[in-house]
Design a protein around this ligand. Structure first.
Ligand code: KIV
Length: 283
C-alpha cells in the first residue's frame, strides 16, 4: 500500500483512471485513524455529522464550530488520506467574502486540505473566489441535502429533461469555476454517466450509479451502524450495530455475574502478591 499522503492533484489526475477514487465520511479521530490505515483516498468530514453524530433531523443545524472541531479531530487521525471539510449551511450562501473566510477557517483551524460545498451555477462565484484564495474546492450537485426544504424531501433529482439539463449546466459552471472534483448525489445513473463523460475532472458518486470516477458513502451506512432507514444506494458491508449490541449485552451480563473483571484485568498490591507467593510456597 502506498503510504504517501494523497494530494488534490493526484485526485484530479484520476479522471478515467482504472483505479477508481474511494471516499468515505468520518467525524472523529478514532474512525479517521482506522480509515487512514486502509487504502482509502479521501475522508470527507461531511455535514452529515449533524444527523449521524449530533442527532439532528437534517444537516441544516450544523455550524462552522461543529465542522472545525470535527475536521480537526479527523485530521489528527489521518496522515495519509486527503481530508476534505464540508462547508455547513449558511457558511457560504450569504456572500463571496463569507464563503472565502469560512473556507479558510476549515483549512486553518480544522486542518482540512480542501473544502466541499453544495450547489451549482449559483455558487460558481463563491467557488471561484475560494479557489483564487488557494483553497481546493470539491463541488456537490444533484440531491444536495442542504436544499431539502426546497426539494420537498430527499428526492432523486434530474429525472426529467429540464432538471437534468440544469444539473449538466451546474457541472459545467463548477468546472469553469475551478473545482478539482465533483460529488454527484441522488441522480439517475445515466445522467451521472453523461456528466462524467463530458467533464475533464473526476466525478464521485453517491446514489449516482457505477459510471462515476469514484464513489463516496457515509461510513456509518457502510458499517451497518445506522439501523433506521437504509436508502437504496447504500450497501452495508458489515452489521456493526448488531455486533455492538451483542458486545454490550455480554458486558452487562458478565458485570452482573461478577465474571468481569477477572484476575487478568485486576491490579494487585505488592503485599497481596507477596502473600500469594508465600501461600504458594507453603502448599
Ligand atoms: O455530508 C456528507 O456526508 C456528504 C456526502 C457526499 C456523503 O456530503
Amino acid at each position: 500500500m502506498d503510504t504517501r499522503p494523497v494530494t488534490v492533484p493526484e485526485i484530479s489526475g484520476r479522471k478515467n483512471s482504472e483505479k477508481k477514487i474511494t471516499a468515505l465520511t468520518a467525524y472523529d479521530y478514532s474512525f479517521a485513524k482506522l480509515l487512514d490505515a486502509t487504502d482509502l483516498d479521501i475522508i470527507l468530514v461531511g455535514d452529515s455529522l449533524g444527523m449521524v453524530s449530533l442527532g439532528h433531523e437534517n444537516t441544516l443545524a450544523v455550524t462552522m464550530e461543529n465542522m472545525i472541531d470535527h475536521t480537526r479531530a479527523v485530521k489528527q487521525g489521518a496522515q495519509r488520506a486527503l481530508v476534505v471539510g464540508d462547508m455547513p449551511f449558511m457558511s457560504y450562501q450569504v456572500s463571496v467574502e463569507q464563503a472565502v473566510t469560512n473556507a479558510g477557517r476549515l483549512i486553518q483551524e480544522g486542518g482540512a486540505s480542501a473544502v466541499k460545498l453544495e450547489g451549482g451555477a449559483r455558487m460558481a462565484d463563491r467557488v471561484q473566489a475560494i479557489v483564487q484564495a488557494g483553497i481546493p474546492v470539491m463541488g456537490h450537485i444533484g440531491l444536495t441535502p442542504q436544499s431539502v426544504h426546497q426539494f420537498g424531501g430527499y428526492k432523486v433529482q434530474g429525472k426529467n429533461y429540464l432538471d437534468s439539463r440544469q444539473i449538466k449546466q451546474d457541472a459545467r459552471d463548477l468546472q469553469s469555476a475551478g473545482i478539482f472534483a465533483l460529488v454527484l448525489e441522488g441522480i439517475p445513473g445515466e445522467l451521472a454517466e453523461e456528466i462524467t463523460a463530458e467533464l475533464k475532472l473526476p466525478t464521485i458518486g453517491i446514489g449516482a450509479g457505477a459510471k462515476c470516477d469514484g464513489q463516496i458513502l457515509v461510513l456509518h451506512d457502510l458499517l451497518g451502524l445506522n439501523q433506521d432507514f437504509v436508502p437504496k444506494f447504500v450497501k452495508q458491508y458489515a452489521q456493526l450495530a448488531d455486533s455492538l449490541k451483542n458486545a454490550v449485552a455480554k458486558y452487562i451480563q458478565e458485570v452482573r455475574t461478577e465474571t468481569f473483571p477477572g484476575q487478568e484485568h485486576t491490579y494487585h498490591s505488592k503485599q497481596a502478591k507477596l502473600k500469594q507467593v508465600n501461600d504458594g510456597n507453603r502448599n
